[in-house]
Design a protein around this ligand. Structure first.
Ligand SMILES: *[C@@H]1O[C@H](CO)[C@@H](O)[C@H](O)[C@H]1NC(C)=O
Ligand SMILES: *[C@@H]1O[C@H](CO)[C@@H](O)[C@H](O)[C@H]1NC(C)=O
Ligand SMILES: *[C@@H]1O[C@H](CO)[C@@H](O)[C@H](O)[C@H]1NC(C)=O
Ligand SMILES: *[C@@H]1O[C@H](CO)[C@@H](O)[C@H](O)[C@H]1NC(C)=O
Ligand SMILES: *[C@@H]1O[C@H](CO)[C@@H](O)[C@H](O)[C@H]1NC(C)=O
Ligand SMILES: *[C@@H]1O[C@H](CO)[C@@H](O)[C@H](O)[C@H]1NC(C)=O
Ligand SMILES: *[C@@H]1O[C@H](CO)[C@@H](O)[C@H](O)[C@H]1NC(C)=O
Ligand SMILES: *[C@@H]1O[C@H](CO)[C@@H](O)[C@H](O)[C@H]1NC(C)=O
Ligand SMILES: *[C@@H]1O[C@H](CO)[C@@H](O)[C@H](O)[C@H]1NC(C)=O
Length: 879
């Protein structure tokens, strides 16, 4: 609340003085009086969702000149917009127009441009191509920019670009918007402009150029930068209002950018260390929130010596980048306790970084800058790599490395240009379309290639794309997966793989894999150990004809164990994929503890002869999706669909409530709901977040971002905080998918129909949902049942997590929907014998595993599952 009133005061003091800015010249003065939040296209001042006040842009005040410009309002409000202000109003420019803003002539400024590509005044958003320049045209910020294409490629509703501009000596910051020439219908627009005076980023340090000893890069007082990434490493999303320096910067979680499986561990300052700034200017580097959390490699020196803690970022080629590392030692107190090497783009940037050595005591923030040039390689997605590794040469007390925050800035080229190309949306959407078209798609989690974890949007990224990036990653991963599984049967035999994948930079510990496994005793007792001989027998010595899928991690075979009596899916890690032992063991421990009728089970493992093999339940009927659309399978009856939804809901409910800590699935979708030979729904690919480096005592996790196009919680989008309610959202999409029998995302449809979630909600509001119900169900669904079902799905899709039901509530509602249907079917008499009665857990698993911990009691059925659907109807004693 402090920040809100602060911003309010700020604005009130700002408004009359726009033309005559006061500056405190005594050195540390970056007075907030100089900051401007401009709600373009609106004549009214307004407050955004964070309580920040945006000024209306009236022509006289800001002197828009020489322009054909017009204010406009967006017709449609995308649910993922974080706030109506400033996005719902915009200013349209049909010829070159300039904003002239009075600012301090001495200081540099952060300028953030907000774009929401929507239809304004009847114009097509796809027609907007424009340049934005500053400093009277000397600096090009954006060139032939298409907000629409960029947003589409990033699957984001809005775009924020942040620039760091040199001082304007005349005290006027000019931003010129020019519609691209060559197309008459082209126009420019902007929704919001933020201007914040900022300290000189390069003051006191000239970043050394990595790979060239003794070369430094002079940022130069007339150079501009674009913020590419700004990450709170090992910590959470920091919203603009929490940026303590009053610069309204946004800091994102770093985990989506981590390469490989070596995520390290995260921690935050405990009571023993007080984090405080050494002097009054250092607070402008980063807020304390950034310094009080960190990511280190972990406690095991042997593992650390064999790995790098690596982040990979997509950038535009042909530019110099300045990479700023923020450190604050929270655990060590002496020099040479923790010393590490910093690599930027595979070159040594700092051979022996010792945070205490730099800061002289714990809790003191420091930052270091390094520069790297990223060449423009045509047709290649340019990347910037950042890696940390213990510095053995320094013989530190601990072989470890640590980082608190990271920023990456792009420096303008000699022509004053900062603009990169528009991302090509086609690659991303094609990936999605390809995946949609590929029915059914074998699922193998992510591929084994760590790079897919970090390569996402084709766009160079902006300050605000952190999360979006992650979504693209999901798409990209899927594309890879489809490619990688070309030899999969594509049919039913699919299997659930919990694949933390991304293994290239994991422990290259092949030598330590052997018969003497170090699996924790609990894991060993919970699931079965197979000998390699048994596995070979089950797979006919890894017969290629039994391969049901291939991924980066290796191959998946169909097979039978116990003399062929138990059908299983066998995942054999490719010995060259270097899947870490640790990963492998975590996976086993994790999966073996999760036992539930509606979760796909791990039956056992084999760790022998350097092989790492996992044995899973075989799911005869494949994925739910392949029974809904785009396959030639007969369509499922309504009641069957309801029962499958109930089963899946039960599995998720168990994940959320069944163990000590809630487990968030993070990738709920119809391809992760599998069907066994008795049509029992089982959730697969679960538990990913649990093993993330998150603090489970938080109410949400803000960690490894994962999710699929079309299913992603918009709140997660905005806040980067994951709760069980994110799964509820995705499940709502699944419910609509089940009833409409169409993909969650179908880019070939008209815009308003592309996203099933949006479209179904719209239809529901208009009362036309019936029109989009699967034709195969027409006339077969009891209207009350349909209404109950759709109301449940709608609730799940509530914009805010708090408004969504719990999985338990969803379950209860689906069960009452089923009851409504059955009552209708049977002329009012509830059916006493559900279809899948007697469908108890098959002997397969019971035989194969030592323990089946079927804790499906959390919602009070008290029954083994066969009749639970019904029994709960009779005793709906809640959830
Ligand atoms: C400028 O800032 C300094 C330190 O924050 C303060 O002592 C001084 O009074 C300020 N001067 C003006 C004119 O605001
Ligand atoms: C102008 O842009 C529109 C929409 O992008 C396109 O349909 C049209 O062909 C373009 N015209 C020219 C002359 O390039
Ligand atoms: C702007 O980009 C569009 C689409 O990427 C392209 O068709 C057009 O030729 C570009 N215009 C200019 C002036 O570069
Ligand atoms: C922002 O700061 C407020 C007040 O310190 C705190 O309650 C809130 O949790 C912070 N938000 C985030 C996302 O860190
Ligand atoms: C904090 O200090 C106390 C007393 O010195 C010590 O017992 C405790 O282990 C310390 N905590 C951490 C996390 O270092
Ligand atoms: C760094 O090295 C890795 C392999 O070790 C390679 O895949 C990557 O492309 C390199 N990055 C750069 C920027 O050269
Ligand atoms: C860590 O990264 C550096 C630079 O890319 C590379 O030379 C080194 O081999 C890597 N070490 C490990 C263990 O991957
Ligand atoms: C950035 O652009 C400005 C203005 O065109 C120019 O003076 C400066 O030299 C450029 N910076 C670099 C590093 O090339
Ligand atoms: C396995 O455990 C033993 C004893 O706990 C330990 O000495 C050995 O180093 C461990 N091996 C691996 C590969 O971690």
């Amino acid at each position: 609340m402090i920040s809100i009133s602060h911003v309010l005061c700020l604005f009130i003091s700002l408004y009359p003085v726009l033309a005559a800015v006061v500056e405190n010249d005594t050195g540390s003065g970056y007075k907030s009086d100089d900051s401007i939040l401009l709600n373009s296209g609106s004549s009214e001042d307004a407050v955004d969702a964070d309580g920040r006040r945006w000024a209306g842009d009236r022509n006289d005040k800001y002197r828009l000149f020489s322009g054909n410009s017009a204010p406009a309002r967006a017709v449609f409000q995308d649910p993922s917009l974080p706030s109506q202000v400033p996005y719902m109003s915009g200013r349209i420019f049909t010829s070159e127009s300039t904003y002239k803003l009075s600012v301090s002539g001495k200081s540099r400024h952060y300028v953030r441009l907000h774009f929401y590509p929507a239809s304004y005044n009847g114009l097509d958003p796809a027609d907007a191509f424009f340049d934005v320049s500053a400093a009277g045209g000397k600096l090009t910020l954006l060139r032939n920019f298409s907000a629409c294409a960029t947003a589409k490629a990033l699957t984001q509703a809005y775009i924020v670009r942040e620039f760091y501009l040199p001082p304007s000596p005349d005290g006027i910051l000019q931003l010129t918007f020019t519609p691209s020439r060559g197309n008459k219908s082209s126009y420019a627009f902007v929704n919001g402009i933020e201007v914040f005076p900022a300290p000189d980023i390069s003051a006191g340090s000239t970043p050394s150029l990595v790979g060239f000893s003794d070369q430094t890069v002079d940022v130069g007082s007339s150079s501009a930068m674009q913020t590419m990434y700004r990450l709170n490493v090992g910590g959470q999303y920091v919203p603009p209002v929490n940026d303590s320096a009053g610069l309204d910067r946004t800091w994102y979680d770093d985990s989506p950018y981590i390469f490989g499986a070596a995520f390290g561990v995260t921690y935050s300052a405990d009571g023993n260390v007080t984090v405080s700034y050494p002097d009054s200017t250092s607070k402008y580097a980063a807020p304390l929130d950034v310094y009080t959390t960190a990511r280190s490699m972990g406690p095991d020196p042997r593992v650390n010596m064999n790995t790098n803690l690596t982040w990979v970022f997509q950038v535009d080629g042909g530019f110099m980048y300045v990479v700023r590392f923020h450190f604050c030692e929270l655990q060590m107190s002496k020099i040479n306790q923790r010393v590490f090497t910093i690599y930027v783009n595979n070159q040594t940037a700092e051979a022996a970084a010792d945070v205490i050595g730099w800061a002289s005591s714990p809790g003191v923030p420091v930052h270091r800058d390094y520069a790297a040039f990223v060449a423009d390689k045509a047709g290649v997605d340019e990347e910037l790599w950042v890696a940390l590794h213990p510095s053995a040469a320094s013989k530190p007390e601990y072989y470890d490395a640590v980082l608190n925050g990271l920023e990456i800035f792009k420096l303008n080229d000699t022509a004053g240009n900062l603009a990169g190309p528009n991302p090509s949306p086609s690659a991303m959407l094609a990936a999605s379309e390809e995946e949609q078209a590929e029915a059914p798609t074998p699922q193998f989690g992510s591929t084994g290639s760590g790079r897919t974890n970090v390569i996402g949007g084709a766009a160079g990224g902006t300050a605000a794309v952190g999360l979006v990036f992650a979504i693209c990653i999901a798409v990209y991963n899927r594309k890879k997966r489809v490619e990688g599984s070309s030899s999969g049967s594509g049919g039913s035999g699919w299997l659930p793989i919990y694949e933390r994948g991304n293994s290239r930079s994991t422990i290259s510990g092949k030598s330590s894999i052997g018969a003497s496994s170090n699996l924790s005793s609990i894991a060993a007792s919970l699931c079965r150990h197979f000998s390699i001989a048994e596995i070979k027998q089950a797979t006919k010595n890894f017969d290629e004809s039994l391969v049901i899928g291939v991924g980066g991690f290796g191959k998946v075979y169909r097979g039978g164990v116990d003399g062929g009596a138990t059908k299983v899916a066998i995942k054999r890690s490719n010995p060259s994929s270097e899947q870490g032992v640790h990963e492998f063991q975590t996976e086993i421990e994790m999966l073996s503890k999760l036992r539930h009728r509606h979760l796909v089970s791990l039956i056992g493992y084999c760790e022998e002869n350097g092989e790492m093999i996992l044995v899973y339940d075989y799911m005869a009927y494949g994925t739910l999706r392949e029974h809904l659309y785009k396959s030639n399978k007969p369509s499922l009856a309504w009641k069957q669909r309801l029962e499958i939804c109930i089963g899946a809901a039960r599995g998720l409910h168990y994940l959320h409530t069944g163990s000590k800590y809630p487990i968030i699935h993070r990738d709920v979708k119809t391809t992760n709901i599998l069907l066994d030979d008795k049509w029992v729904a089982k959730v697969s690919d679960f538990g990913l977040s649990k093993t993330g480096p998150s603090n489970m005592d938080q109410t949400h996790v803000s960690t490894v971002v994962k999710g699929s196009f079309g299913y992603l919680d918009p709140e997660y989008f905005r806040r980067q905080q994951l709760t069980e309610k994110s799964d509820v959202y995705s499940f709502g999409v699944v419910l609509f998918e089940v009833i409409c029998a169409r993909p969650a995302l179908n880019p070939s449809l008209p815009k308003e129909q592309v996203s099933l979630a949006d479209w179904a909600l719209l239809c529901r509001r208009k009362g036309t949902l019936e029109d989009i119900v699967d034709p195969a169900l027409k006339g077969k669904v009891n209207p009350e049942c349909l209404d109950k079902f759709a109301a449940t799905a709608e609730k799940c899709l509530s914009d805010h997590g708090v408004d969504r039901p719990s999985m338990g509530d969803v379950l209860w509602n689906l069960e009452s929907a089923l009851q409504l249907q059955e009552t209708a079917d049977q002329g009012g008499r509830p059916r006493a014998n559900p279809e899948n009665e007697g469908d108890h857990r098959g002997p397969d698993i019971a035989d194969a595993t030592a323990i089946i911990d079927n804790t499906d009691d959390s919602h009070g059925t008290g029954e083994s599952d066969g009749g639970a659907v019904f029994s709960q109807l009779v005793h709906p004693k809640g959830r």
